[in-house]
Write a protein that binds this ligand. Structure first.
Ligand code: BDR
Ligand code: CA
Length: 323
């Protein structure tokens, strides 16, 4: 059984991923924490509470950061997720579900401390809540089973960013937080844009979900109309499955090919928000051969894993931020 904290900014694809987690028999969702991103923090928290209420998800929902560690949140991408973050479907004006009284990073700490070695974090928004949790209680890193992130891009097949030519949205929104999170001593896998832009749902598939997956399926159909339109305007005849790809990795990592190595995030300058990986493999002919094969034939799904156990000193590679 996976004991999961879902850190999220719903968001159309976040909502799909939340329902995916809720539907997975092998997942016990123990906490939902919200962050700014696809909407303001008020909007994303309202959306998380709405989905939890409508679909009977019992996990506590805690509101998280509304701004990055440094700087301002900026305007949400209304052109992607709609003004209400859920494709501008009609939403109720009042909800019965109330947020947990704790801030998100505190709920994260409490859940990890209450379940040492068991918690898996799936983070699909800005990494601010995770960074705040690490700053407040650095000891949690050693108590987490794994962290799976949707974010970043590593240039596989030329995929580099979706906000700038160097940066993916979740990382660009708070690169300092992402650098602290990727540098922490916990097992972490990034399912980057290189993977999630290859993982697509065409309209016919979404229609099948609407027809065959009950109320959740009809909801996914409704919220994805706006999101699909955004993709079509950009010349993509299907939707990118960003956040659910991180859930898929959690449930079945064998679907993915992994490249190991430390990850750092650029938090200043022209490449603001860029994710960079130092391959962990030692420079032996055997491993060089593997790397070459990997580059030539990157599979459809290629997450990047930062493996703390294979850290190697490198003169020009700054050590990860450790708190
Ligand atoms: C990521 O940014 C958000 O718009 C999506 O929800 C996803 O988490 C893709 O870059
Ligand atoms: Ca998201």
């Amino acid at each position: 059984m996976h004991k999961v904290i879902f850190d999220t900014d719903p968001g159309v694809d976040d909502a799909m991923a939340l329902l995916f987690l809720h539907a997975a028999a092998q997942v016990e969702l123990i906490g939902i924490t919200t962050t700014f991103g696809n909407g303001t923090i008020e909007t994303t928290t309202r959306n998380a509470l709405y989905i939890a209420e409508r679909f009977g998800i019992a996990a506590p929902v805690a509101q998280g950061a509304g701004v990055p560690l440094v700087g301002e949140a900026g305007d949400p991408p209304h052109f992607v997720h709609g003004h209400n973050g859920l494709g501008d479907i009609e939403l109720p004006t009042t909800l019965s579900r109330q947020p947990d009284p704790r801030p998100a990073h505190r709920l994260i700490i409490d859940l990890i401390r209450a379940n040492p070695g068991e918690v898996e974090i799936v983070a699909v928004g800005r990494m601010t809540n995770l960074a705040l949790a690490l700053r407040e209680d650095p000891g949690i890193a050693a108590l987490v089973k794994q962290v799976v992130i949707m974010g970043g891009a590593f240039g596989i097949d030329g995929v580099l960013g979706n906000v700038t030519p160097a940066a993916e949205a979740n990382i660009w929104g708070d690169p300092l937080a992402a650098d602290e999170v990727t540098g922490a001593a916990w097992p972490l896998t990034m399912v980057g844009l290189d993977v999630t832009q290859k993982t697509r749902m065409p309209t016919e598939y979404l229609r099948t979900i609407a027809d065959e997956a009950g109320e959740a399926g009809r909801f996914i159909w409704d919220i994805s109309r706006f999101y699909e339109d955004f993709h079509q305007k950009g010349g993509v005849d299907s939707i990118f499955v960003h956040d659910s790809s991180a859930v898929a990795y959690l449930l079945d990592p064998t679907l993915f090919e992994i490249r190991r190595g430390e990850i750092r995030v650029v938090s200043k300058g022209l490449a603001f928000g860029q994710t960079i990986q130092k391959p962990a493999a030692p420079p032996s002919p055997r491993v060089t051969g593997m790397a070459a094969r990997f580059i030539k034939s990157a599979p459809a799904s290629t997450p990047m894993r930062s493996a703390a156990s294979t850290r190697q000193p490198c003169a020009v590679w700054p050590e990860p931020v450790r708190r």
